[in-house]
Design a binder for this molecule. Sequence first.
Ligand SMILES: Cc1cc2nc3c(=O)[nH]c(=O)nc-3n(C[C@H](O)[C@H](O)[C@H](O)COP(=O)(O)O)c2cc1C
Length: 172
Amino acid sequence: MNEVLNNIYTRRSIRKFTDQAVPKDLVDEVVKAGAHAPSGKNMQTYRFFIMQKEESILALQEVVAKGMENPSYTFYGTKALVIVTCNKEDVNGVEDGSCALENMMLAAHSLGLGSCWINQLKYCGDKPEVAAYLDKIGLPEGRRVVGMLALGYAADAGTEHKRIEGLVTYLD
Ligand SMILES: Cc1cc2nc3c(=O)[nH]c(=O)nc-3n(C[C@H](O)[C@H](O)[C@H](O)COP(=O)(O)O)c2cc1C
């Protein structure tokens, strides 16, 4: 099987990470792959905000936990976090950002890293107290959070999910 297909078929969402930090050059490569995602009309509407300091990641985790009213909420002990945003006005912003997230997940896997899409900031990012925090840490005004990527060295293998029946129909 060719390497690209093998990478697609063997990627898993990883929700447990080792304590090992992710080298900056690997983070750079993963985010570069995200920035090479296709985008509607080549507008490249995705923007990437990266956190690598543990205290910053934990502080955001606490803000999201409060925003979700779920005190036990975690980012799975991720060693690096990539927040993907677009502008609220971008017609294809969510689609573009989703392509970027998938590119990053596949790039991470190909580089021996585990990753997981984390959604919750998308839901609570417009709550006033969460939005104020995002303003404070430097996310641009008018943003829409598409999703976040947890990134690190996998501490477990993830789970292989069988494909459900009937996903594909060939039409005449
Ligand atoms: C749009 C989207 C949102 C997701 N949000 C979360 C999330 O908030 N937390 C999480 O642990 N996984 C999240 N995931 C990962 C999915 O749960 C995961 O892709 C799915 O269970 C299939 O597992 P796999 O990625 O290992 O194939 C998300 C995935 C997508 C595509």
